[in-house]
Design a protein around this ligand. Structure first.
Ligand SMILES: [Cu+2]
Length: 127
């Protein structure tokens, strides 16, 4: 776990060179402040506007953001998962994480049971 923490911290310290992307989590929607992002290091600043827990899962997938398979327990498929910001409660609390993105199509979802189906998904491209 110490190694993992050190790697995560290393990611964070490179934030000054990363593209900044603003994400707003609400009940029940996800908004991204841009439709496409440049390849490379991208820092997602996710603000939970709601007073209940949400999370942010990043997937690299060709599937449209509203067409992911959903299991009987109400969770969307996480095929192509790049990483996540674990669930946290708002309102107006921001958590950030930096991911290395290559070109392609990506989807952001909240995969707390039922939240995806209620509309917590957004797609974007990386070029
Ligand atoms: Cu949620």
């Amino acid at each position: 776990m110490l190694v993992v923490a050190a790697l995560l911290n290393g990611c964070g310290s490179g934030a000054s060179a990363a593209t900044q992307a603003g994400v707003t989590l609400n009940s029940f929607s996800i908004k991204l402040d841009q439709a496409s992002l440049p390849a490379g290091m991208v820092r997602f600043n996710a603000t939970n506007a709601a007073n209940v827990k949400h999370e942010l899962v990043l997937l690299r997938t060709d599937a449209p953001d509203d067409k992911l398979p959903v299991s009987a327990d109400g969770e969307a498929s996480e095929n192509g998962k790049v990483g996540e910001i674990e669930e946290f409660a708002g309102p107006n609390v921001t958590r950030s994480h930096t991911f290395a993105l290559t070109s392609g199509h990506y989807v952001l979802i909240c995969n707390i049971s039922g939240h995806y189906q209620q509309g917590m998904h957004v797609g974007f491209s990386v070029q």
